[in-house]
Design a binder for this molecule. Sequence first.
Ligand code: 3H9
Length: 694
Amino acid sequence: MSQVVKMERHDAVAVVTIDSPPVNALSAAVRKGIVDGVNAAVADPAVKAIVITCAGRTFIAGADITEFGKPPQSPSLHDVIDVIENCPKPIVAAIHGTALGGGLELALGCHYRVATKEAKIGLPEVKLGLLPGAGGTQRLPRAVGPELAVKMIVGGDFIGAAEALKAGAVDEIVDAQVAGGEAFAKKVIADKKPLRKLRDDDSKLAAAKADKSIFTNAAAAANKKNRGLEAPLAAAEAVSHSLDQPFDQAIKSERELFTKLMNGEQSKAQRYAFFAEREAAKVAGVPDGTKGRDVKSVAIIGAGTMGGGIAMSFANAGIPVTLIETGDEQLKRGLGIMQKNYDATAARGGIPADAPAKRMGLIKGMVGIENVKDADLIIEAVFETMAIKKEVFGKIDQFAKKGAVLATNTSYLNINDIAAMTKRPQDVLGMHFFSPANVMKLCEIVRAEKTAPDALVTAVNIAKKIAKVPVVVGVCDGFVGNRMLAARGKQAEKFLFEGALPQQVDAVLTKFGMPMGPFAMGDLAGLDIGWRSRQDRGIKSEIADAICEAGRFGQKTGKGYYKYEAGSRAPLPDPEIEKLIEETTAKMGIKRRQISDDEILERLMYPMINEGARILEEKIAQRPSDIDITWLYGYGWPVYRGGPMFYADSVGLKKIADRLSFYAKQTNDPTLEPTPLLKKLADEGKTFASLAKG
Ligand code: 3H9
């Protein structure tokens, strides 16, 4: 008897039910249980048809990812699907929740499929750096036609039951999976329906035979969207074999491509990122069973770029928000920008035409901070100045209701000091969104000294609800992401003095896979902000200051470290900058030198990793993988490189520690010496990942 799959006979229908929480993944035990269940049903002469279905919240969510990279155990998923497809009695897959990856491949091996109304199906393997490896690249095009199939497989996106029915992937929509599956099976018996096998049905391929451009177009689109990823290109190739190879040969090609991806570095990194993201949502150091507080209403203070973006994130998730400003003028301006932003997205086809009105309808603009009084969660997004934040929190404390969670969106400031302005520091924490807040998925949830566990859990829950990826961090200057960014920025700036130009430094990072380098990023954010902050703090930076003194504030002035053509965001190298840098360094008596790309990469990355190690030592981040998630979702770190700490492990910590010591001496900067934690791990031949295991 299987612990995870049971078989019951209801009249002439055998129901094989998989019950392997949380998501019925196809572990070895589940695979064996299905084969045993089907074989038992075949052996029972009273059974005329079989239903395969799942208990719990979902149909099979795919192969068991935790088994990848370990020695294979039989039966393989291929074996299971062969048993199903070649079964002498008709088999109906009854789908609810999500049928994903190997789960959908198994369903496509069944002779018929039914799904509940809210069910979704998809082959998201590319998101793990893989492609469907159990026949999905061949059976899906035969079910829905190659055009939709390649779109689904290369993009990894799901479709709903209604679309699946229309496209031909399911045969009927049912109210409940088990009863609906049984009823359909009875019809199959009564109508003597044939043992339909997708592998033998080429009818939908015939029309597409002439035009193979759908595959090259899908590959080109994937390449444009996600530079450097191998899986989408391999997936497009695998699906294309549905047209130029017989079924069995195409399955062999699929297997070869799948195995190559599975053994490659990219998928390893992407699988790591999948689990790291889920791990990040688990808050260490709160008592087991801590529940979040109820959040029925949300208020956001400040309708500027950040406040507006945060409000849009809530509206996008269908949650009403009150957006608070100090005056009508500011409120009108903020709401106007949001409306324009939504209209532009709708015009591009990014959201339905009626979405802007619906979403703006969820955002209620109000003047006066007293309007926070009904909110369960208040997020402050005003100017990044301690004095102003303190004043605002003093006022929030006056008006907010008891038990409300009070969050600040500060990106650097000490939240303990902000919390001290209230009589309820246990309710205060940080929710640091990243710009543009309606797009970027990261939300650093900052735990201050006195933050109550249930307040923390509330913030994590609400961040997930608005489709953000929460990472819990501690209080320090810049938290995790910006603190590491500062370590990188310091080196980037030094390079300009030593001999490199902005375009050389940036190109090293874009070649690595980052969406942009530090100088293009500075131009995008606006150089005047840092300039003003340096003036406040009495800090000089000769090149950056000279650029701002020349009125070059970045993209908004059409010139910064680069120049920009009217209406374009593409950075163009500017000879004027080259001249400015050379003149400035000449005046300072610096002899410039050729700097290699290798040196640039090492000196940008390793100090950042060193800072990450320091962050772990100080327990500002709970785990190395949390730092990786911060960079994946907040700064566009390429997912196929897993994140800075994962990357460090792949380079080897000994090499990183040695190079840091070398650069500390070369540039006369002792802060570059490896931190005690990095040094210890390097000396012991260990990785950052070993810390998580410990
Ligand atoms: C594949 O199928 C390859 C085949 O083509 C070929 C094979 C030869 N395995 O996300 P959640 C865990 S590749 C193992 O928080 P939700 C997850 O880690 C696979 N574990 O829930 C978490 O554990 P914990 C193709 C899995 O409701 C728990 O389940 N399939 C798997 O927000 C809950 O997950 C995919 O890529 C798995 N396959 O979302 C689908 N899936 O509680 C991947 C989940 O310990 N999964 N877990 O942290 C998903 O997209 C989402 O989990 C899903 C549910 C939408 C299903």
